[in-house]
Design a protein around this ligand. Sequence first.
Ligand code: DGJ
Length: 686
Amino acid sequence: MDISEKYWVLETANTAYTFGLNQAGYLVHCYWGKKLSDLSHYPSPAESLGWASFNGPTQVLQEEYPAYGGMCFHEPCLKITFPDGVRDVVLKFDSARQVADELVICLRDGYYPLRVELHYRTHPAYDLIERWAEVFNKGDQAFTLERAFSTQWQLPPDAQYHLTHLTGRWNDEFQIVREPLTSGTKVLESRRITSSHHHNPWFRLDDGRASETQGPVWFGGLAWSGNWKLAAEVTNFGTTRLSLGINDWDFAWRLNGGESFVTPPALAGFSDEGYGAASRKLHDFIREQVLPHGPISHKVLYNSWEATFFDVDLESQSRLAEIAAGLGVELFVMDDGWFNGRKNDAAGLGDWWPDPHKFPHGLQPLIRHVNNLGMEFGLWIEPEMVNPDSQLYRAHPDWILHFPTRPPSLGRNQCILNLARLDVQEYLLETIDRLLNENNIAFIKWDMNRNVSEPGWPDAPADPRELWVRYVQGLYRVWGELRQRHPNVIWQSCSGGGGRTDLGILRLADQVWVSDNTHPIDRLSIQAGFSLAYPANIMEAWVTDADRGKLPLAFRFHVSMCGSLGIGGDLLEWSEQERSEATDWIARYKSVRDVIQLGDLFRLAPGVIQYLGKDQKRGVVFAFQTGQTPVDAAVKIQLQGLVPDWNYEIEGFAGKHPGSLWMSRGFDGQLGQNQSMLCEISVSEA
Ligand code: DGJ
């Protein structure tokens, strides 16, 4: 970083991002791409007077953090109403400071006591830049924030971009869409109080030159688990800009004198080595810098949901646990149904103690049994929810999100607790803390099974529209505090599958339940989308009874082995033959799981995925024939990432050959319809 000349250069291992003050005093983005050999090669900030009489300079310039004011018709990052009703922000450069690896640019309004600090942090090893903003009210009268985005990323001008994003719905998350951006604004967002199944706060942009292995790619995401918005705007002046932040839909924040508002961080990176490298940078960053336990691999778990649904008790769970242990499962998770009054999905949420009929002696007898079988014990909870049929609701009907004049809409017979309220936060902290103190619980699956309605907060001490943000802050506080009190517990984020997967929740959750859809072929495309952004160790994937008898057990295992393997079928129904084959696959998975969960991912072709250990000595290739490619044609498998002059062996294919040959000539996989293949890569001479 260089702050001497009002021009700043943020460099990572391979990239640079620069901006500076132009002569008119605008903070203008200058460059984002491959690192150049000399600082003097980076372009200077553009100057502009505007365009005819219809567009002011800010419309034409690529500002780093545009505010709504003056002649601003494009997407701004900041919108404020001052106490006198003025809705016009004019930010001028004030100062810059550098603190360790963080650059802070301070801007201020010339008239109102408004100060904005833009924070930039580089993550050199991952070629990533992290940005967030802090908005200060330095006066004594409150003003209202109506939009406070984290960032506006400016792309190199005069190019036509394609936006890739992940879209879907419950049971069908993470579907990949790549579409051209044309004049105007493409908006992706969530208004659902979570990041949502429908769009994921992740993006990738390319200018048509990129492939899986080469070409320029810009990518990133937002670390926020509530309402968010991405606006990708193509202007009429040859520029493309992507704004990202907390959604301004129904948002307002009363910023009192002396207070500040901090936006969540946005992360973005550049790679000129194609889509694959972009994913790997993000995977490494998430594993090494975001996840609370760092880059760890996860145990093979069993989850009881699809076997017993709400019918859990000591006997049903013990029988499943005994079989699971015999297969080599390491963690037994009891899902929904165990707590007070939970006979079906219409009762019990909120009352987080064992149901006295199902577990008359509490959870301890089951946990002891599971532990004696050599497994750890995990439990499902859904803390943010309450059923009207529960002791909690009867005691505190006012704790839910609601408008007093409207009946609350139910989703799955439940209401959402208002986590913006301190008393709700305290209740959850106390109840879940007790559960964890009283029982030997190694794993918690934190679920959330509906989206918002009637987002009311009667008697709110602030603007009630602050709810959207304060809810998420409350969630982060409760979960963060529980993590601190129970640092060894592994937490899974679930929202009816992958409805809350984002860089924000991953600071609290060690892994994600990716989708309720466990049909292996559907799952392949869900996992492909997920893995564009998120690493394999957080991708929990179960082998269930979906397509049992239709698809070979090997195929079903191979799909789930591409992530963090779990089993979710009704094991009582599995034949001896199935159990024995499952035992072999689980053992096999354990022998390669570090390579899968913590190694590098390469997408070799549709349905062909390679994982390579960080030492490049061991790897695994999975190939799936789902009918997308001609069944009778051989699948050409050209490996990636090997050391060219080391000799490698590929399981099932004769010969020891240099990495260069396996990568250029490759080998042919022959797969019939619905067949799959797993082969290990191992170095024979390094
Ligand atoms: C939704 C989750 O995605 C499922 O795995 C299961 O935990 C159910 N909720 C339980 O209600």
